[in-house]
Design a protein around this ligand. Structure first.
Ligand code: SF4
Ligand code: SF4
Ligand code: SF4
Length: 351
């Protein structure tokens, strides 16, 4: 039944590896009953009664299993008025992230970190980033958007926070996973922001805590100071997360920094520009870039093909020689998560 569960996980855009090691990983997360049920669950949130009808099983039998799986970060749950909706989580973003979001350090999380690390280094990670449409996008630091430029609403990180009806904060699962392996870069971990229904799930199931808008704004400021890149769903509305990432530990940015697939993440609609007349060649900007886009010879130079438009380098330039400019060609994010999933599934031949 674990192979059937892998087949089900492969219906999601992110897919899943078909390896013995991955079966071992699934066995440490799902009991046999849970794996059997997981293999038959819908991939989009569906009313409990509909799930039970299609399985031919009673709610009293299925609901306790679903609840236990929701508490373990294997199944998503939300309420729509008084109706319970459930769906299987994808491997990424979903099952992987939730195993490390609590920041727990124990033999089980250490073993999981080893197994997930092997998964990230298997051929599956190459497939993860194989679609033209990316799952995530870089969001430029808002204070680095040049004045006088027309800004799309989805480019303002602060707008997502100010308009959110529910916000949660959890541990950065990527850096926590790397810490469990003794490999973390040591940058701040309390920086993963969740939004809306997903944030409610995170809080209700103990994966994170509810926070205010003021706290969320502080998280952004701390992250920028620490040199972390803002990353979000590649959608215009109803985002689920804003992550604050490093190029070394982050599974998503690792598509660029470790797998050398430059299109693993959508760039912001900005790119860096350098004023060679004022640059003092101090080199301070070079270390801020996670993507190796900056070099210093006579003056600083940027490789526009490597610059993802995060804005982090601008903060440290003592001569104010750096600024962001609009890219000439921009590709708008999908309108919402369902559209995003649909586009990636189509491109990967899953629809
Ligand atoms: S995606 Fe970024 S912030 Fe989110 S958990 Fe990974 S490294 Fe941390
Ligand atoms: S050069 Fe690097 S740090 Fe600067 S904006 Fe581009 S990606 Fe970000
Ligand atoms: S930080 Fe500014 S002055 Fe220093 S090398 Fe970079 S662009 Fe030039």
């Amino acid at each position: 039944m674990y192979q059937q569960l892998i087949d089900k996980l492969n219906q999601f855009p992110s897919g899943a590896p078909k390896t013995e090691q991955f079966v071992e990983l699934l066995k440490s997360l799902f009991t046999e009953d849970e794996a059997k049920l997981g293999a038959e669950l819908p991939i989009f949130p569906t009313p409990l009664a509909t799930i039970c009808d299609s399985l031919g099983r009673k709610e009293t039998e299925v609901k306790p299993l679903l609840e236990s799986m929701a508490n373990k970060g294997l199944v998503y749950h939300r309420k729509q008025e008084s109706t319970d909706l459930y769906s299987l989580f994808p491997l990424v973003p979903g099952i992987f992230e939730l195993q490390f979001m609590k920041g727990e350090v124990n033999p089980k999380t250490k073993r999981l970190a080893e197994l997930f690390d092997k998964m990230w280094h298997s051929g599956w990670a190459e497939d993860l980033f194989a679609s033209r449409t990316q799952m995530a996008r870089i969001v430029v630091m808002e204070k680095e958007i040049p004045s006088g430029v027309e800004v799309f609403p989805y480019e303002r990180v602060s707008k997502f926070i100010d308009e959110a009806d529910y916000l949660a904060l959890s541990v950065c699962y990527c850096r926590h996973e790397q810490e469990l392996l003794g490999k973390s870069c040591g940058r701040p971990k309390d920086v993963c922001l969740q939004f809306g229904p997903f944030a409610r799930y995170v809080v209700e199931r103990g994966f994170g805590r509810k926070i205010t808008k003021e706290e969320a704004h502080k998280v952004l400021a701390v992250s920028e100071e620490a040199g972390l890149v803002h990353l979000s769903d590649n959608t215009q509305k109803h985002i689920n997360f804003i992550c604050n990432c490093c190029g070394c530990c982050c599974g998503i940015l690792g598509g660029i920094t470790r797998l050398h697939k430059p299109h693993s993440v959508a760039t912001s609609h900005f790119v860096l520009e350098i004023d060679a007349d004022t640059c003092s060649a101090c080199g301070a900007c070079v270390d801020r870039c996670h993507f190796g886009a900056l070099t210093v010879n006579e003056v600083a130079e940027v490789d526009p093909d490597k610059c993802l438009g995060c804005g982090l380098c601008n903060m440290v330039c003592p001569t104010e020689s750096l600024k962001m400019r609009r890219r000439e060609e921009i590709l708008e994010p999908k309108r919402n998560f369902r559209e995003l999933m649909g586009a990636i599934m189509q491109e990967k031949g899953k629809l």
